[in-house]
Design a protein. Sequence first.
Length: 480
Amino acid sequence: MNIAQVDYDGLIPNNVALGQDVRVKRALEKWHPGYLNWWNDMGPEGFQESLVYLRTAISVDPKGWAKFDYVRMPEYRWGVLLAPQMEGRKVNFGMHKGEDAWQEVPGEYRAMLRRLVVIQGDTEPASVEQQRFLGKTAPSLYDMRNLFQVNVEEGRLLWAMVYLLQKYFGTDGREEAEALLQRRSGDPDTPRMLGAFNEKTPDWLSFFMFTYFTDRDGKMQLEALAQSGFDPLSRTCRFMLTEEAHHMFVGETGVTRVVQRTCEAMKEAGITDPNEIEKVRKLGVIDLPTIQKKANLHFSLTLDLFGNEISTNAANAFHAGLKGRYREDRLKDDHQLESGTYPVLRLIDGKIQNEDSPALSALNMRLRDDYVVDANAGVGRWNKVIEGFGIPFEIKLPHVAFHRHIGEFSSIKADVNGHLMSDADWAKRQSEFLPSDGDKDFIESLMKPQMEPAKFASWIAPPKVGIDNKAGDFEYVKLA
Ligand code: BYC
């Protein structure tokens, strides 16, 4: 079979010759009904019968792997897709550098690998759960389609991790695959594993910020796992990254369109001061300071996903050749990091300052730094829109010490510029930095659905181009 082509004949589309792997095929077929139950219970509420114009992967060839068509979401063909195997691939970092990449799980690293796969897998259904009510307040059919595309693909990313668990981790893997369907985002008894995936995504601005900031953590983590010496994980993550790109596009363009509409409305009304919040809100758009607060919230929640700045887990995973750095294969050093150092921002004598730490221990910090650079690029593009309207306002990412719950700064309070604050000050001033109840109520008041083709809610501009180059009046979702 051509690895680039996907076999759609069986119940589970795949490019891993599942037909010849009876044990894994049976295990996945057994897991499938539970997955569908989960999707029907926790997937987009109210739209399971609607016909959605979705893309489905028909090959893993980077050029044109998608086919667009109307699909009812529960009938979406979730499958197992891996990027093609690279002939002669080696482990390219850590103590096994230069050895052949592993096609099976090395016994000594089984537990560590399983943990990485389970954590990655847990985030995928979590995001679907977080976003399940958003369809009801979609600002357009175009946006609704994008939400559902993101949702079905997060479902597929869960399949990707479940395939690895079922194929390579025996009974433990089967149990973990079941448990991935049992945990629930935000549930006090059975929460999802990582903090940000138990937060609410209550409105569309949060959805766009989440897909911009949090999906970008997905990108960074997947890039690091794509370097893995465990080849099936690497191949899985490489294909997942092609899907992830669309999710970040939804986030980046979503925020751009919100910013654009706000600026247009301000210009039409002759408002030049972005801090005239009440006047701007009366125009039915979201004022720029509130957009900034949402960015502060989602950026800081996402930083927590990088774990502790200094981490033995991360050092061990690198040393073992299981999780590399961001684009490890493009870096120029010894790829072993036994002796080097890396500057880590720490709290020393009550001051936030850099301290050189062993590079191997500082890998979470390093990935987080790479993330911040990546995240800043899109923020620059939002600011270009604001600048184009001549409005004196700049969206800025807050300091990494701001509003943290994991790592070095979880024990302190800092403002968005990284100035330390007392608990009392924080309590008084936090609504300057994070959305207040009033801000949340205002945004909620705007979340009126707009379900006619070609129409958009008051607070968001139409996109520049349609999905699959469709015209502006295309009916992206045929509501049931
Ligand atoms: N919340 O040694 P440390 C995505 C725990 S997003 C709760 O620093 P490590 C997506 C940690 O588990 C990408 N607990 O940890 C995006 C550990 O506990 P144990 C998801 C946390 O391992 C949008 C302890 O604290 N993929 O794909 O270096 C939509 C010590 O911590 C948190 C991955 O994350 C937290 N935030 O770093 C859909 C990749 N942070 O084990 C999808 C896989 C830390 O001692 N995961 N802890 O009880 C990893 O690489 C790492 O496990 C982490 C943590 C980066 C998450």
